[in-house]
Design a binder for this molecule. Structure first.
Ligand code: GLN
Length: 498
């Protein structure tokens, strides 16, 4: 018996229940989903690589384990993996010419845990090169399209993962978020995207962009599914020195139905009036819905949040200029020969990196150079501390902070040719990242963009204090259940399972 084609419309929880109850086998799911994704991804181009052999091999393993009496939290759940996470024996390109032909020799811890929990790997998803960008347009390999309007971007940098889940070409996905790369594409693609506290999920096997900010997290169509993935991938990993040895509180069984007793902070400096009438109304309604659910809304201040972008665009390039030094034509991926070793480095890096990556390496190298280190890098680190302190003070007055996830809905291709316009997409997510806090984006309705006719999804960002993932996911679940925004928005050019 084949699993029916609506398998990709079902939740991870529902699929795992059916597989654990032996109503369906993982292999039936793999054999239905594999060809379906291959066919429908022609429109979306969410995937860079499909892994059909791995998909079937894992499905067989899951079925064996179920037959042996195990119960797996993600049994048979089709999953997509961002292409900056190593999967042994699989191309891991980071969306770059530099790694276009590089095969990973080992598997990232987060992926290992996802698969151990029973998930089935469909393939690796497109991304902005080395996770630098907000639209996937910086991918050197292909453009990914938004499932709600194929003329628009899916967001970035984890745009392939967001489009795969939003477009019905995966049930869950892993992404990485350095300054917003899970939350912004989740908002653009009408899905839930969750960035845990920095250090909660191992970075072992995640190709580094800015190590003090990078964090792996899930995409899903429901908060509960995101919680299931988080519970599976989170927790201490001795292979990552920055992974925290703080015990992981399971979240999926602890979701809430209301917000009674919670204070939700609305940030004075994040007023939405300047974002246009439709967007403003969308967030006003979202905040009113939180109140309706029992939350008390309180105004909080983040006076230094306005320095978030400037701070991030010193720290992240500084770290990336160091992290990306390893791509030198010797050890990984591309090599372009030259007359001597110096010329070989130059030629390789000139050909292997795209313009945004080069821009960041230049900025970062400059900020770290001896004459400017104190003026730029050290100053940025001080600003980072000030921003984190602002959040601490704000959380004395509230339990959660609500804001937009992105400053606009998904835009058209080539709409942001000015790099700073692109950077501004992450205005609301970056301060949260600098403070290391857990945060997510949950669908909160749709607006019709000024230059379009199709309604495009919007995301509500919720952030909470360090290590309060259970509270955060619980509150987001209550909001999601009460509003059901994701389900209300139909995909007009659906490129996936019905
Ligand atoms: N858009 C931001 C950047 O370009 C964030 C990227 C990310 O979170 N990986 O750096």
């Amino acid at each position: 018996m084949a699993a029916s084609v609506d398998i990709l419309a079902r939740s991870a929880r529902d699929i795992a229940r059916a597989v654990n109850a032996r109503e369906l086998t993982a292999l039936e799911i793999a054999d239905t989903v594999g060809p379906l994704v291959r066919e429908h991804d022609r429109d979306l181009k969410a995937y860079l690589t499909l892994t059909p052999e791995l998909l079937r091999a894992h499905a067989r393993r899951v079925d064996e384990r179920i037959a042996a009496g195990e119960t797996l939290p993600l049994a048979g759940v089709p999953a997509a993996i961002k292409d900056n996470m190593c999967v042994r024996g699989t191309l891991t390109t980071c969306g770059s010419e530099m790694l276009k032909t590089w095969t990973a020799p080992y598997t990232a811890t987060a992926v290992e845990r996802l698969l151990a929990a029973g998930a089935l790997p469909i393939g690796k998803t497109n991304m902005d090169e080395f996770a630098m960008g907000s639209s996937c347009e910086n991918s050197a390999l292909q453009d990914t399209h938004n499932p709600y309007d194929l003329d628009r971007v899916p967001g970035g940098s984890s745009g392939g993962s967001a489009a795969a889940v939003g477009g019905g070409l995966a049930t869950i996905a892993l992404g990485s978020d350095t300054g917003g790369s899970i939350r912004e594409p989740a908002a653009f693609c009408n899905v839930v995207g969750f960035k845990p506290t920095y250090g909660r999920v191992s970075r072992y096997g995640l190709i580094a962009f800015a190590s003090s900010l990078d964090q792996i997290g899930p995409f899903a169509r429901t908060v509960e599914d995101a919680a299931l993935v988080y519970d599976a991938i989170g927790g201490h990993d001795p292979l990552d020195a920055t992974s925290l040895a703080v015990p992981l509180e399971p979240t999926a069984g602890h979701l809430r139905d209301d917000l009674r007793g919670l204070r939700v902070g609305i940030v004075k400096q994040f007023a939405t009036a300047g974002l246009g009438a439709a967007i403003h109304a969308c967030y006003e309604r979202a905040y009113a819905d939180l109140e309706q659910l029992g939350a008390e809304l309180v105004e909080v201040e983040l006076p230094t949040a306005k320095y978030g972008l400037a701070t991030y665009y010193l720290i992240a390039p500084a770290e990336c200029s160091s992290n990306l030094a390893r791509f030198d034509g010797v050890r990984y991926g591309l090599r372009v020969d030259g007359a001597d070793v110096g010329e070989m480095y130059e030629q390789t890096r000139a050909a292997g990196f795209g313009p945004e990556v080069k821009r960041r390496i230049l900025i970062g190298t400059y900020a770290l150079s001896s004459g400017y280190y104190d003026a730029y890098y050290v100053k940025a680190q001080k600003a980072r501390t000030a921003i984190a302190d602002d959040f601490k003070r704000a959380f004395e007055r509230c339990d959660l902070i609500a804001s937009p996830a992105a400053s606009s809905p998904a835009f058209r291709f080539n709409a942001k040719s000015d790099p700073v316009a692109m950077y501004l997409m992450d205005y609301y997510t970056i301060p949260v990242s600098l403070a290391g806090l857990p945060a997510l984006s949950v669908p909160c309705g749709a607006v019709v963009p000024e230059d379009g006719s199709l309604p495009m999804p919007m995301g509500l960002q919720l952030a909470s204090p360090l290590f309060t993932e259970r509270l955060l996911l619980g509150a987001a679940h209550a909001y999601e259940r009460a509003t059901l925004h994701a389900a209300k928005l139909a995909r007009p050019q659906i490129a996936g399972a019905k």
